[in-house]
Design a protein around this ligand. Sequence first.
Ligand code: UDX
Length: 437
Amino acid sequence: MRYRMTVIGSGYLGITHAACMAELGHEVLALDIDADRIRRLGAGQLPIHEAGLEALLRRGLDSGKLRFTTSYQEAAEFGDVHFLCLGTPQQQGAYAADVSQLDAAVGALAPHLGRECLVVGKSTVPVGTAERLAGALRRLAPAGDRVDLAWNPEFLREGFAVKDTLGPDRIVLGLRTASAEKVLREVYAPLGDVPFVVTDFATAELVKVAANSFLATKISYINAMAEVCEAAGADVVRLAEALSYDDRIGGRFLRPGLGFGGGCLPKDIRAFMARADELGAGPALSFLREVDAVNLRRRDRTVDLARDLAGGSFAGRRVTVLGAAFKPDSDDIRDSPALHVAAEIQRQGGRVSVYDPVALDNARKACPELSYATSATEAARGAHVLLLLTEWREFVRLDPAELGAVVAVRHVLDGRHALDPARWRQAGWRYRAPGRP
Ligand code: UDX
């Protein structure tokens, strides 16, 4: 069964979801209120860097299965299923999530919903949001009770968004009616054999933040071990390796280093704490405060180590920062640990030059005070310290001898444990990495 569906919100999640649904054979109309973005998407131009997505976008456009609009009326008339893919960033000055984009979208869509349809939330939301939105839809939609709601969180990773959407580990459906379950099982049927977990609204909402909190905790756990290793003169990389052989622990998301950033993990653990507080369950998540604190301390520690390598002060020192994106294979700089460190070093008097293979445009907008180079070699020219802060493959493969010829001083700080220390030391570099002797 192929559906006529809309995807409301054309950001990282929405574009990926829309293009993948068209790939599965559904007829998809994607909406955003940003007319320029919609015009570019309609012309096959992807506003983000995401592997494999541009090809999918073009294929959807060429086949006519994927179209774009800014009109809620057109969306409401077209779709039998409406996916909500709006951003829920951290509120200014608070931990809680800002759900205003989601509320605005439902407020704009609902008055046009004149016939039976299913609205499906995919955004990450504070538990209780689906219940509230179900009420709003009933109140605002002319079709009233014939507008059903389901919550279907996404778990895609940036850089693997297409792969994760077309080959998910599991599909979680929070719903209240058998018909919603039937529709969503049919929508995802072309994916083949994927485990479904069918729950109530609240559980589905919680699964997402619980998963991200667990991942954040794993990363901060190994980074807490890095702090202890530093104090004890031990090696956190070998420690993590040894832990990883225990199946019960596993090695994934146990990479020590500069810690987590991006548009999800940091804001999700904070929003989760804020919501648990409201529900009177704050103490259950007090450990997440520590997870957040350990993570932020990694950034300070990286700045401190870089300052040591620069001779105790950044004043007059040229500092090269390799990496601006919050992780490799992405141009996303939201809450990027790399950019945070770069900006702090500049604030402390360093002359920072940043290079990133794809995130430079976004970085320039977010941190116009930094200098940007067009290659790793250009960024490294005359440097007193070189920092690797996002582990792009191109940086891992850098030739330390070649780079050594352009820097002023061969001092490298490997913030992601991505370089081979022996190779760099052989080429005459002083190599430092947090959590290693
Ligand atoms: C995350 C979740 O993985 C995904 O399931 C969810 O839907 C959205 O949030 P994403 O933000 O794309 O995805 O990035 P992810 O790959 O999870 O990495 C998050 C951060 O953790 C990055 O900054 C990365 O560098 C860091 N990280 C990851 C570590 O520091 N160590 C690790 O071992 C793994």
